[in-house]
Design a protein. Structure first.
Length: 283
């Protein structure tokens, strides 16, 4: 008995063979894709978002690490410029805050771990404080000259920055070198904020950044000439008379000794440099 043969049997066989080929090709592609998936650790700078306009970040981690996974051709060239790590302090005031680190990566790349997962960020208020300028003289003028009281224009500046750093400033210092000068000096000098030990304070701004410092210089006063009174008392009248009296009046050897004039003390002029420090500070 012969079975009837469907007219389109050859089409069905062709479709079956095509499905088998597609299945093998798709499976190979899946295996190849799975084999090309890699992981990588990327170091990323930490951003702080949501900082209020009157606040500033003063302490935070510089970097965090992200473990990412994705296709080899995408992950291997990946660097910190293509992924982001950030924290948010929106709605928070001054102080130290514990925050969760969030991350984002390009399409097809997954962030599977953030190290550390959380961190602390410190924000402070931005303040300003007016301070008088303290002028410091460096060096000595030429011999025979002395500096007078210096002055600055303006006489005060504004120190601005995070509260803790502004409060650490003790002086707004303007140093000017007067080494070897023989006339008054006037020049623009940068103002340096310093703490109690004289070390510069970083992270603050000075307005204006420089001032005009003027230092008058004059000739040093010479000592007054020596006078008989300053030399000491000379021989008195009785001594002079005794020196001129003849020895026959009974003076004898004692009289001759008494007649000898007293030696006159030597007069010396001592020139000293002015008693100046290496650096003198004037407010």
């Amino acid at each position: 008995m012969r079975l009837p043969v469907t007219r389109d049997l050859h089409l069905r066989i062709a479709a079956l063979l095509l499905a088998i080929v597609i299945w093998f090709v798709a499976g190979a592609d899946i295996r190849r894709t799975q084999g090309d998936t890699v992981e990588k650790i990327v170091t990323v700078g930490l951003e702080v978002r949501g900082v209020a306009s009157n606040l500033i970040v003063t302490a935070k981690p510089k970097d965090v690490e992200l473990r990412v996974r994705g296709p080899r051709q995408v992950v291997e060239p990946l660097d910190g410029s293509k992924v982001r790590a950030f924290v948010s302090v929106a709605g928070r005031g001054e102080g130290e805050h514990g925050v969760r680190v969030q991350a984002s990566a390009p399409e097809g790349v997954h962030v599977i771990e953030v190290m550390p997962a959380s961190t602390s960020v410190t924000v402070e208020a931005v303040i300003g404080r007016d301070m008088p300028v303290a002028v410091a003289l460096v060096g000595f003028p030429s011999d025979g000259y002395v500096p007078l009281q210096p002055s600055s224009t303006p006489k005060s500046v504004t120190i601005a920055g995070p509260r803790s750093r502004v409060e650490a400033v003790r002086n707004a210092l303007a140093q000017i070198d007067i080494s070897g000068v023989a006339a008054g000096v006037s020049r623009d000098v940068a103002v340096i904020p310093v703490d109690g030990s004289g070390s510069p304070v970083e992270g603050v701004s000075v307005y204006p950044a420089s001032v005009r410092v003027t230092v008058p210089v004059q000739v040093k006063a010479q000592p007054a000439p020596a006078t008989p009174e300053s030399r000491g008392a000379g021989p008195g009248p009785s001594s002079v008379q005794g020196a001129s009296a003849p020895s026959g009046r009974g003076g004898g050897a004692d009289a001759d000794a008494g007649a000898a004039p007293a030696p006159e003390p030597a007069s010396r002029e001592v020139r000293t440099r002015p008693n100046l420090k290496k650096i003198e500070s004037f407010h």
